[in-house]
Design a protein around this ligand. Structure first.
Ligand code: DSN
Length: 426
């Protein structure tokens, strides 16, 4: 950073301060992770200088021989990793990608059946506060009181509302999804099956969780900055000929890839960020290494150690287990809520995120749950024994939440612990 240091002291100071914050703190927000030095280099490359609207071989400006190379590599790598017939790598984020998928496959007013935000779904799956929900009609399925998806309800809502899209995907759900059941229901009502696997795609890439595209899903989306450890962007992946869910002869499934590309450009986004696409290609290359598989296996072990240890310390968990990288503590009846837990842990340098639980008796800004995720700390090298220590830090902090002295002592211990686990790229 010699150049920023010389030209912009304020931003340089802020970058150093953020490096210190990240290094001295423990990142347990389930959607956060660290990009490798190679990914950061690709993002900071000269591809940031180029306008490249269009797709490889079909651009509007000249000088695209190198942008075509990187985008084609990103596409080919994404298709290989995800068993997809088509990949669009241009979406600027997960939210933009979801909007592109909706607009590619539906008309305004059409219906999407997705998971309720307060039961683990995502804002962009139709939360009433979003602009998306003014354009499309979102119907929401929920989980049972035990926290698992209620497929009887999914089927009943699908029969009643005849959605164009049935969406499987979540932001706070610690279990694997039953894609076969989703596809059965989608086929029954002639809906497109769309999976948002942003949180879990790394397990899919490493064959630790099922790939929705192998189970008859038509479209799948993932962000690239969570477990992929790539830049902030998204991939939209789809299959070739599977069935004809849109019913009109001109709308065969072969058109889904074309519709998605058109929805991204010229429909919604116009200019791709080529430096981001270069970094996505680098991250996808990293995913294809044996080290990445070892990383995902370790993350799963770490998350399961957190679940076991929290239960041993007397905590209640949504579904009492995890099959992915996240654990959700249910604080109901304990006199504490997710918001208090989040701010208490922040005081000792541990970042987590409050979360609703199924049928949460509390409002969303003060929900009863806390989501803890292991992707970032696993990237920094924590193993099972370290993970047990992390649970002890959490437990001590929550049991001493009003004791500032105890919290300050714990803050120092967390800082010491973090010294053994450096942040990549710092
Ligand atoms: N912000 C992400 C999460 O925490 O799940 C989702 O976009």
């Amino acid at each position: 950073m010699q150049n920023i240091q010389k030209t912009d002291k304020d931003i340089y100071a802020a970058i150093l301060a953020e490096q210190k914050r990240q290094s001295e703190g423990m990142e347990l927000i389930a959607s956060e992770n660290y990009q490798s030095a190679a990914v950061l280099e690709a993002q900071a490359s000269v591809f940031a200088n180029k306008y490249s609207e269009g797709f490889p071989g079909r651009r509007y400006y000249w000088g695209q021989e190198n942008t075509d190379t990187i985008e084609q590599l990103a596409i080919e790598r994404a298709k290989e990793v995800f068993h997809a017939d088509h990949a669009n790598v241009q979406a600027l984020s997960g939210a933009a990608a979801n909007l592109c998928v909706y607009s590619a496959l539906m008309e305004p007013g059409d219906t999407v059946l997705g998971m309720d935000l307060t039961h683990g779904g995502h804002l962009t799956h139709g939360a009433p506060v979003t602009f998306f929900s003014k354009i499309f009609n979102f119907i929401r399925y929920k989980t049972t009181a035990e926290g698992k998806i209620d497929f009887d309800q999914v089927r009943a809502l699908a029969r009643q509302h005849k959605p164009k899209i049935i969406l499987a995907g979540f932001s706070a759900y610690p279990r694997e999804l039953d894609y076969k059941k989703f596809v059965e229901i989608a086929n029954e009502v002639w809906a497109i099956a769309f999976a948002d696997v942003s949180h879990i795609w790394w397990f899919i890439a490493a064959w630790l969780l099922k790939n929705p595209l192998d189970y008859g899903f038509h479209v799948m989306m993932t962000t690239t900055h969570k477990s992929l450890r790539g830049p902030r962007g998204a991939l939209i992946l789809s299959k070739g000929i599977v069935s004809n869910p849109l019913k009109k002869p001109e709308d065969t499934i072969e058109n889904i890839p074309t519709r998605i590309d058109r929805a991204v450009f010229p429909g919604m986004q116009w200019w791709p960020h080529m430096n981001t696409i270069a970094a996505i290609a680098v991250a996808l290359h990293e995913v294809q290494t044996p080290a990445f598989k070892t990383y995902t296996q370790q993350a799963l072990k770490n998350a399961q150690v957190v679940a076991t240890e929290l239960i041993a310390h007397g905590y209640k968990l949504v579904t009492w287990w995890t099959e992915n990288h996240m654990v959700i503590i249910d604080f109901t009846g304990t006199g504490i809520d997710g918001s208090v837990a989040e701010s208490t842990l922040d005081k000792i340098g541990i970042s987590t995120s409050k979360s609703t639980i199924p049928d949460d008796p509390n409002p969303p800004f003060r929900p009863s749950g806390l989501r803890i995720g292991l992707p970032a700390m696993t990237t920094r090298g924590v193993k099972e024994t370290d993970t047990k220590k992390i649970v002890e830090f959490i437990d001590h902090a929550l049991k001493n939440k009003d004791d500032e002295e105890a919290l300050s002592e714990l803050r120092n211990k967390v800082r010491e612990f973090c010294k053994d686990f450096p942040v990549p790229g710092v």
